[in-house]
Ligand binder design. Structure first.
Ligand SMILES: [Zn+2]
Ligand SMILES: [Zn+2]
Length: 118
């Protein structure tokens, strides 16, 4: 597992998945998400469950289903397959930076998590 890329300082989970996903084909697993969690936020043990509730059953599905671009500019870069520069998050956080919005109905952070019927 040591050949997996590592997150850079303050890189958020979603930017990390986007960045490594462009170099590494999805293996139908959450290996990069777990890798990020283990390195950056080992206490976020519910992370896999959260993203699966959002339809993210593998790394690329997290990008496709759990988040959406927060701005037209981010959407344009995403569509074009261009690099997205992470705006950074607090270390230990599993929240996306402000380039991304979580799909509605799920609350991240603050230790609270609920699913509302959408
Ligand atoms: Zn996938
Ligand atoms: Zn980011």
């Amino acid at each position: 597992m040591t050949d997996l890329p590592t997150p850079v300082d303050h890189e958020c989970l979603i930017c990390f998945l986007y960045r490594v996903g462009s170099d590494h084909p999805c293996k139908q697993s959450l290996r990069f998400l777990k890798h990020y969690r283990d390195l950056v936020a080992p206490r976020a043990t519910a992370l896999e469950r959260k993203v699966q509730l959002l339809g993210g059953y593998c790394d690329c599905e997290v990008l496709m289903n759990a988040v959406r671009p927060a701005s037209a500019e981010t959407a344009r870069l995403l569509d074009a397959g261009k690099d997205i520069v992470c705006h950074g998050v607090r270390r230990g956080s599993i929240q996306p930076c402000d380039q991304w919005l979580m799909r509605r109905g799920v609350q991240w952070g603050g230790g609270q998590f609920r699913r509302k019927s959408a």
